[in-house]
Write a protein that binds this ligand. Structure first.
Ligand SMILES: C[S@@+](CC[C@H](N)C(=O)[O-])C[C@H]1O[C@@H](n2cnc3c(N)ncnc32)[C@H](O)[C@@H]1O
Length: 352
């Protein structure tokens, strides 16, 4: 809808649902785009499973500009490459991790094309299958309280490196997860934005004191000491992963303001993501802060307000509930939590 509404092109947009299942997405795109632009997007709806073809054809009947195919994604992308065909939107929704298809999908995207990616591999990017993370992401993945966010950042880091190989850049549009599926949308830009390489880096967390630090690979140096007594800290380092923003806030605002019907749960998700651009500082679980403070979890909104009042930047994480994103370091965070505790009872589940 967003792309159909904002395009200035005089030719129809080209959209590809690469692994379409029953074709529900292509159907939705077609219906939504029809209300956004007088020039209907051409939609190719594909699934390798030929047995699904009659269902696909049936479901896509209301979208005149849709065609269906039943070839493997690998072959379809290879043929697009040979024919010089480019898509403005590709949806890649494989079972597991879409790894090997990322590069050909990026190559089949036009400039400013959008790649929508889903991965159901939750184990390797969250540190529960470290050899798997090396294989799938070329990255170290360690267990972390903000595990969903780290998984999304691992995926974005991989996408950035794959796009950079082509001389292109990436701009994350939205990133979210329910803990089982990790979903991203990025725009493939004509070239890298200035300093984009600085968005790839490492994230360290001390398993003992909980301190966190992040470093771009470009400025990599020794890690400073954590807050443990001398020699007792233990950094667990994840990455390379994407350190930059997770969302494009103005796109989320446009989606929120769209006249399209949006389910209440989706609207709540958009609101959460819109309130957290996801680009700065580290993410802390309020449960962990509470444990370290010896108190109940600080109510998230009060914690964010208190951090801002102290001059820090702070947002409730849009990715995982009960987590705060801030540039405050751990001692300051714990200090603010302790002050909140003195001001009144911390347990307030309605505001966490
Ligand atoms: C996770 S489902 C897609 C669900 C769909 N996007 C939806 O929202 O309902 C993955 C689909 O990919 C198809 N598939 C698996 N491997 C494929 C391949 N190599 N090329 C194309 N389709 C493939 C499967 O038949 C399956 O329907």
């Amino acid at each position: 809808w967003y792309q159909a509404r904002s395009t200035t092109r005089e030719q129809p947009l080209q959209w590809l649902d690469l692994m379409a299942g029953c074709g529900i997405r292509g159907l939705r795109w077609g219906l939504e785009a029809a209300s956004a632009s007088p020039l209907p997007a051409q939609i190719l709806v594909n699934d390798a499973d030929g047995d699904r073809r009659p269902l696909l054809e049936h479901n896509l009947r209301p979208v005149a500009a849709a065609t269906c195919s039943s070839v493997s994604a690998e072959r379809l992308l290879c043929e697009a490459q040979l024919e010089g065909r480019r898509f403005d939107l590709i949806d890649l929704d494989a079972f597991g991790h879409p790894g090997a298809l990322i590069q050909p999908a990026l190559q089949a995207l036009g400039t400013d094309g959008i790649l929508v990616l889903a991965s159901t591999d939750g184990r390797s990017p969250t540190g529960h299958d470290r050899p798997g993370a090396i294989r799938s992401f070329g990255a170290a993945a360690r267990v972390h309280p903000a595990s969903w966010e780290l998984a999304l950042r691992q995926q974005l880091g991989l996408l950035a490196r794959q796009a950079w190989l082509l001389g292109r850049g990436i701009q994350p549009l939205l990133s979210f997860s329910d803990g089982r599926t990790f979903r991203l949308a990025i725009r493939l830009t004509r070239q890298l934005q200035f300093g984009e390489e600085s968005q790839l880096g490492l994230l360290a967390r001390c398993g003992t004191c909980g301190a966190q630090q992040r470093q771009p690979l470009l400025q990599l140096r020794n890690w400073s000491a954590c807050h443990c007594p001398s020699e007792q800290g233990r950094w667990a380092i994840s990455g390379p992963l994407w350190l930059g923003p997770l969302q494009q806030v103005d796109l989320l605002e446009a989606l929120m303001a769209s006249p399209l019907p949006v389910a209440p749960a989706t609207r709540r998700l958009l609101q959460r993501l819109q309130a957290d651009p996801g680009g700065l500082g580290c993410v802390w679980s309020t449960a962990e802060l509470a444990r370290r403070c010896g108190s109940g979890p600080p109510p998230l909104r009060r914690l964010v307000a208190a951090l801002r009042a102290e001059g820090y930047q702070a947002w409730p994480s849009g990715v995982m509930a009960g987590q705060v994103r801030t540039d405050a370091d751990l001692p300051e965070l714990l200090q603010v939590c302790s002050t909140l505790r003195l001001e009144g009872p911390l347990m307030d589940p309605s505001t966490t």
